[in-house]
Design a protein around this ligand. Sequence first.
Ligand code: ADP
Ligand code: MG
Length: 277
Amino acid sequence: AEAEIAAARVAAPAAVAAAGQLAMLEAHNISAWFGDHKVLDHVSLTMEAGQVTALIGPSGCGKSTFLRILNRMHELVPTASLAGEVLIDGQDIYDASKKLTDARRAIGMVFQKPNPFPAMSIYDNVIAGLKLTGIRASRDEKDMLVESSLIRAGLWKEVKDRLRNPGGGLSGGQQQRLCIARSLAVQPRVLLMDEPCSALDPTSTRVIEETMIELQKEVTIVIVTHNMQQAQRVSQNCAFFLASQGTPGVIVEHGETEAMFSEPQDERTFDYVNGRF
Ligand code: ADP
Ligand code: MG
């Protein structure tokens, strides 16, 4: 598969092929509000290039909000506001002189509920992001991108003979891998995944975990998960978010996943990773 992927890369449109380099993502002093309700307070985190960072913590502590801030989706909510900085390889993604579509293309997102366009073909689903982010591609280039993206998402073998079938006809796990392929087609440098497996059965979950482990060689991954075993299986780094008694979310502790699970420094982390709340 590696050789096929390399070949497909070479044949990809120049704008896309050049984009696929590993990037580091840094959040500095992120605070966030919905109206007057402050939901994150001075959250800082470095997400290392080529690693998987897991964001864990109870519901409502701001993990999804933080993830959406990392690719400028927070600003889609009319009441939302934000302070702080997000840097991709040192470049401010909120820089007013840069195009929003550039930030969104460099930093892809996969959601909890698989959301392919159900009536659209598998093929067209994979390349749906090209137009949105202003990438032109010839027919051959599109064919190569569809193939390489589906290979990388671990779905190619299952769908290569029915690329013209609607995306909505796939199983839940396949639909989620189709969404991963759609994200990958624009060659993002960072992939954000918000509980990507929590709507899936254990078998599909394992397939997606294996896909993530392969993908981290080429894209920096940030995953929100409630599954502590999953965090330990897929991530090298981990951040524990907490919002206690109506206070905004903060990172209580972050560091290497193994150390956080085996010797948490904070009692609240210990309680959380051991399922005590
Ligand atoms: P998590 O992903 O950790 O469960 P969220 O980021 O979804 O947490 O939510 C953090 C807080 O922000 C919660 O109090 C939630 O109710 C609030 N919130 C999230 N989205 C919105 C929104 N669109 N409008 C208003 N409040 C929101
Ligand atoms: Mg969430």
